[in-house]
Design a protein around this ligand. Structure first.
Ligand code: ACO
Length: 321
């Protein structure tokens, strides 16, 4: 058994900030700050402009994670990028990041699991290390969800933002430290409640995100609860043992519901949805980056992550920092 430590964190948010009021004024969306805030907790989002891409944001987040860990890009064995919004069909974003970081060794690939992508990538990176195939793995979530939005659908376009977050995983440490367990699930029979209509070259498609919000909400509460219970049971823990929850940032009401289930006080839950909106696979590493860098999450703390997204996909992870 090879323990897997999380040794670096990083994040990148696009320069342009769009407030709820801007959505009405600049994008002509019939909405209000009050409607968005009360239903989602979102006040603003970052949206890419100019030369900002999924790969450029991923690379910047990765650079920060490497700096934090004191590791150089040439030491990295593998890069995994979770994204639903690659800049090209191929090469993968991870391979573009390799080039931006100046790496010519190792290997990279992307993972598509929508908003659960980071948990999936974390589980995959951890498995690469545990099976001896890699010693240092960059796990990144990077998204330009603004590309997928139908700006005439106010029920979805107000919910998402762009950004990237990264962590560095390294082999080593004591048993009971680092990634304790990961738990992944998917169910394709619920694919039609949250999906992107088509892809490059698919005829008669809009290539826009479509969502039945209430259905997603209903599934999120049930499935996230199950994934959290699974993580606790697998490690012989109860909600009281959790020091921090770093959830996928889709909606404040879902986050509050999960915190209540664990009896976690609000100050133990990392929330960024108010400023970042839903950045899909980037939301967990962006939130983790913020809470580690501002000193809230410290070495030795027990952190629970959970996410649900299109697929449906969902999962959880427990980490001793
Ligand atoms: N501004 C103003 N009014 C709006 C807006 C808007 N942006 N969007 C919808 N409305 C209106 C609707 O037209 C509707 O009006 P009507 O009653 O006159 O027809 C009314 O508000 C209610 O619409 P609903 O869609 O029923 O609103 P609901 O209360 O369900 O809230 C929401 C919508 C916030 C999306 C909610 O369903 C939700 O949070 N779902 C969870 C889904 C989620 O978070 N998805 C993120 C992606 S998945 C993930 O990452 C987990």
């Amino acid at each position: 058994f090879i323990p897997v430590r999380l040794t670096g964190v990083g994040g990148y948010l696009p320069r342009d900030i769009v407030s709820n009021d801007d959505l009405a004024a600049k994008y002509g969306i019939e909405t209000s700050d009050e409607w968005i805030r009360t239903r989602t907790g979102i006040a603003q989002r970052h949206i890419v402009s100019g030369d900002e891409t999924t790969a450029s944001m991923a690379a910047e987040a990765a650079r920060q994670a490497l700096d934090y860990a004191g590791v150089s890009a040439s030491e990295v064995d593998s890069i995994i990028v979770a994204t639903s919004t690659p800049d090209r069909v191929f090469p993968a974003v991870a391979v573009q990041v390799q080039a931006i970081l100046g790496m010519t060794k190792g290997f990279g690939f992307d993972i598509s699991a929508a908003c659960s992508g980071f948990v999936y990538a974390l589980a995959t990176g951890s498995a690469l290390i545990q099976s001896g195939q890699a010693k240092k793995v960059l796990v990144i979530g990077s998204e330009v969800f603004s590309r997928l939005l139908d700006w005439s659908d106010r029920g979805t376009c107000v919910l998402f933002g762009d950004g990237a977050g990264a962590v560095l995983l390294e082999a080593g440490g004591k048993q009971g430290e680092g990634i304790l367990s990961t738990h992944l699930h998917s169910d394709g029979t619920t694919g039609d409640i949250l999906y992107v209509d088509g892809a490059v070259g698919c005829p008669s498609t809009t290539q826009h995100l479509r969502m039945q919000g209430r259905e997603v909400f209903r599934h999120a509460v049930v499935k996230l609860s199950q994934a959290v219970d699974e993580a606790l049971e697998a490690n012989g823990l109860t909600g009281e043992d959790i020091q921090w929850m770093v959830p996928h940032q889709a909606n404040l009401r879902i986050i509050d519901g999960m915190a209540k289930k664990l009896a976690l006080p609000a100050e133990r839950v990392v929330v960024t949805v108010d400023r970042h909106a839903n950045t899909s696979a980037a939301s967990i590493p962006l939130a983790l980056n913020e809470a580690v860098r501002d000193g809230r999450i410290r070495k030795g703390d027990l952190v629970l992550m959970e996410a649900l997204g299109g697929g449906l996909t969902w999962g959880s992870a427990l980490i001793r920092m």
